[in-house]
Design a binder for this molecule. Structure first.
Ligand code: HEM
Length: 404
């Protein structure tokens, strides 16, 4: 077990589970030294994870200064504005923002997006099959798992058709590791996205559309609206991208499950989605919490102002609650009678994901379409254990998924 945890270590990013399993044997909440010189309490036990996510002594509000970018450049101003979003707030501010979002994201409104998601997925899958038919290698992250959720959020935000290529490009830049792009490109994308959202919101005030986001406009001030647009974009695309990419990878590496899903209909596909959310949780860790007082937790005593990371991916593999936790078995979500413990892929407590229905809908539409179109002989074009993963403790998924 390494003395310090380095979230940028590519081997850890690809397979953090053995580390979390060892950590769990030391206690459901354990103090860990991080490579950047700080310490954090990592929660890896299922029951303790649920308890923390529902306990108001663990605050979501970042410490003043800590982790908050200084507003000394347009790009940093954009990031500082984003930091005002609802995931960074506690009750009662959080409750007010949350109520507006749940009122806008009604099941009826989300379900009404289905035909549009089908159209988008069909277009992307057609591009993939065209690349393969031309004898090329297709990257199912760049060509499928990334664009679909971005284009769906563009619909949710009511971004005009003509601006979508640009939105996709900015999102790609802002979400990519800085070293993968020319110097300044990430900063510039932040600035442009910020200016764009400000403009979009002004336009919606003048003339509301029938998109979901327009329903939020009357209830929020200018800064809250920009923060909300950023939050919906990033909470909605990165996670769903990783869900689609991980589910695709799991099916490509489990031919028996690929065949069973293809023959099993919507119920089986729903089980694949749930098992992927458990087995390869797209949000590896919930957002950072901080203790507002000394707290006793699973036999440990956390001081006031301790940084706490609830590792959803680890809680979802707690053997106390999930038999054979390290096996990918969608059937556990099909079994009649005894239901498995609810996974924590969408979180728990007051911040539980309000976009879960939309994420499940995207997966239900897109995954069967992709696999119906991929000929049986198409498989990974690189060994699964060589694929690079996104670094960090918060989101997890493969960066590329080459197939041919
Ligand atoms: C597979 C896809 C998704 C996963 C795994 C996921 C997961 C999560 C989790 C775990 C949280 C709670 C984080 C915490 O407590 O720190 C959360 C919050 C949130 N998610 Fe999602 N999410 C997904 C898709 C979406 C989508 C599609 C949207 C919207 C379009 C969305 C919007 C949000 C928002 C606004 C919050 C903050 C809620 C609050 O603070 O009360 N998510 N999500």
């Amino acid at each position: 077990m390494p003395a310090t945890l380095d979230p940028a270590d590519p081997d850890f990013a690809r397979d953090p589970y053995p580390y979390y399993a060892r950590l769990r044997t030391k206690g459901a909440a354990t103090r860990v030294a991080l490579a950047n010189g700080t310490h954090a309490w990592l929660v890896t036990g299922y029951e303790t994870a649920r308890a923390v996510l529902a306990d108001p002594r663990f605050s979501n509000v970042p410490l003043r200064g800590a982790g908050r970018p200084r507003a000394d450049s347009p790009a940093r101003r954009a990031q500082a504005c984003l930091a005002r979003h609802m995931l960074n707030q506690d009750a009662p501010d959080h409750r007010r923002l949350r109520r507006l979002v749940t009122r806008a994201f009604t099941p009826r409104r989300v379900d009404a997006l289905r035909p549009r998601i089908e159209e988008l997925a069909d277009g992307l899958v057609a591009d993939v099959t065209r690349q393969l038919a031309d004898g090329k290698t297709a990257d199912l992250v760049d060509a499928f798992a990334f664009p679909l959720p971005v284009l769906v959020i563009a619909d949710v935000l009511g971004v005009p058709e003509a601006d979508r290529t640009q939105l996709r490009e900015w999102t790609y830049r802002v979400g990519s590791p800085a070293d993968a792009l020319p110097p300044g490109a990430v900063e510039e994308a932040w600035r442009e996205l910020y200016a764009y959202f400000t403009e979009l919101i002004a336009a919606k005030r003048r003339r509301p559309g029938d998109d979901l986001f327009s329903a939020l406009v009357p209830g929020l001030d200018e800064g809250e609206l920009v923060a909300m647009a950023f939050l919906l974009l990033f909470a909605g695309y990165e996670t769903t991208m990783n869900l689609l990419a991980s589910a695709t990878l799991l099916l490509l590496t489990h031919p028996d499950q690929r065949a069973a899903a293809r023959d099993g209909g919507p119920r089986y596909w729903a089980a694949v989605t749930e098992e992927t959310l458990r087995f390869d949780s797209p949000l590896e860790g919930a957002t950072w919490r901080r203790t507002t007082q000394q707290v006793e937790l699973a036999g440990a005593v956390l001081p006031e102002q301790a940084a706490v990371l609830v590792v959803l991916a680890a809680a979802n593999r707690d053997p106390e609650h999930f038999p054979e936790p390290d096996s990918f078995r969608p059937a556990r979500y099909l079994a009649e009678g005894r239901r498995p413990a609810p996974h924590l892929g969408f979180g728990h407590g007051p911040h539980i994901c309000p976009g879960a229905r939309l994420a499940r809908l995207e997966a239900a539409v897109a995954l069967p379409r992709l696999f119906a179109a991929l000929p049986d002989e198409v498989g990974l074009a690189a060994p699964a254990d060589s694929l690079p993963y996104r670094p960090g403790l918060l989101v997890r998924g493969p960066r590329h998924l080459p197939v041919r």
